[in-house]
Design a protein around this ligand. Structure first.
Ligand code: DAT
Ligand code: MG
Length: 140
């Protein structure tokens, strides 16, 4: 077993739709622990750092604009292999193709803005998780 931490965000679409509780419920039902939790209005500096790997891609600036369009719920999720586990709970990036049973597959769809409004973010590696936790929870 490898205990990991993941940075999970309920994005502005999920927060505005009142899906925060449903996302957190699924995380806890899976057996992961909410080690830290808060509602944040992210500024563009934070988001540029958070999405640094996507800088220069055509969807980068629209993504940052969307992510700063409203509050998000940020969580540090803890558990054995929770990085891969949460990404499985989230489903694939495009909600239209995400598997039923996943957060994006059950609750997301094509809203006419490509795949921007896909409800959640989850770290993709232990290195990304620690970097992202430093951005969203500098106090930890
Ligand atoms: P994920 O969130 O599944 O890790 P990612 O890291 O590749 O996906 O991309 C980050 C976010 O950027 C993703 O959740 C939605 C948006 N995005 C990704 N690919 C996109 C594309 N081709 N067009 C528009 N937005 C995109
Ligand atoms: Mg990603």
């Amino acid at each position: 077993m490898t205990t990991e931490r993941s940075l999970v965000l309920v994005k502005p679409d999920g927060y505005a739709r009142g899906l925060t509780g449903e996302v957190l419920r699924r995380i806890e039902a899976k057996g992961y622990r909410l080690a830290a939790l808060k509602v944040v209005s992210a500024d563009t500096d934070m988001l540029h750092r958070h999405y640094a790997e996507h800088e220069g891609k055509p969807f980068f600036e629209p993504l940052v604009a969307f992510m700063s369009s409203g509050p998000v719920c940020a969580a540090v999720v803890e558990g054995d292999r929770c990085i891969e586990g949460f990404r499985t709970l989230a489903g694939s990036t495009d909600p239209t193709g995400a598997a039923p049973g996943s957060i994006r597959g059950d609750l997301g769809r094509d809203w006419g803005k490509k795949v921007q409004k896909n409800i959640v973010h989850g770290s993709d590696s232990p290195e990304s998780a620690e970097r992202e936790i430093g951005i969203w929870f500098p106090e930890l």
